[in-house]
Design a binder for this molecule. Structure first.
Ligand code: ZN
Length: 283
């Protein structure tokens, strides 16, 4: 049975908590698929567009809207795109862990998973970052990964989908807060495309409607909703315009608290603790 996470309410009387999150995958997923990709310049350049071009658009939009976001960064991106790291941190955003070479946990034994986690920590550490959150590459997580995360001092994960509300994973040494996402709330299934893996290249107007409908649902339930994006996809010119319209739509419809995953996690009442009364007025 799922242990729901309790929250005392959202700051400022907000009726919903919204996390805009960005996975700055860069070249790592391609290099992680195999050494042959190191010579496939077009594939690599498609990934490189994220930190080199799309990220700037994302950061400009967030700054214009005064929104703090969470950036999940593979260690490889941190090592090879230091300017991207500087720009993210200059914006005051949260940086969280997203593996090193974006290797899916399902293809690694326990030692391999641990090495990915530790290499990622070292790479982020070179930028002075000690992440408390983790999102597994490709959203694949193995049972043993949860214990490794608590062991390494992570307090939340954003890889699992058993609920659309935050919940506690209690299989590790300590409770780990799960901040769930979903493929339907991710840009990649709609807009990620390669000739080899296919892709929809969907109509942004349709995705805008889906994302705002989910926002309305989250608002009605006063819950958290996480959107997952990739600068190499959402950072295309026409899609940044879509994201801008989605943010406008949220602000027109309700009173969202646009927050980082760390800010949301900090409000979760630890399991076994008595929840406090909501701080906001009902209604
Ligand atoms: Zn990723």
């Amino acid at each position: 049975m799922i242990t729901q996470a309790e929250f005392p309410g959202w700051p400022g009387g907000a009726d919903v908590a919204v996390a805009l999150t960005f996975d700055v995958d860069g070249e790592a997923p391609w290099l992680g698929e195999g050494p042959e990709y190191s010579r496939r310049l077009t594939m690599l350049s498609q990934g490189r567009f994220g930190p080199e071009r799309g990220l700037g658009r994302v950061l400009d939009l967030l700054a214009a809207r005064d929104i703090m976001a969470t950036f999940y960064v593979p260690g490889h991106t941190a090592d090879h795109f230091p300017d991207a790291m500087t720009a993210i941190m200059a914006g005051g955003h949260e940086v969280a862990h997203h593996g090193y070479l974006h290797l899916g946990s399902e293809g690694l034994d326990a030692a391999g998973q641990r090495a990915e986690l530790e290499r990622g920590l070292i790479a982020l550490g070179k930028h002075g970052i000690r992440p408390i959150g983790y999102r597994s590459p490709g959203w694949e997580l193995m049972p043993e990964t949860l214990a490794m995360l608590t062991d390494l001092g992570f307090t939340y994960d954003a890889s699992l989908m058993a609920d659309d509300r935050p919940y506690w994973e209690v299989s590790g040494a300590a409770p780990l807060l799960e901040l769930p996402g979903h493929w339907s709330l991710c840009d990649w299934p709609y807009f990620g495309y390669t000739p080899y893996h296919g892709g929809l290249l969907a109509d942004p107007a349709a995705v805008e409607r889906i994302w705002l409908d989910e926002f309305e649902s989250a608002r009605a339930e006063h819950r958290v909703v996480t959107y997952t994006m990739h600068p190499e996809a959402i950072g295309r010119g026409y899609l940044i315009r879509m994201l801008d319209r989605v943010i406008t739509g949220m602000l027109d419809r309700g009173q969202p608290w646009l927050a980082t995953h760390a800010e949301i996690a900090a409000l979760a009442v630890p399991p076994g603790t008595q929840p406090q009364a909501p701080t906001r007025a009902a209604g």
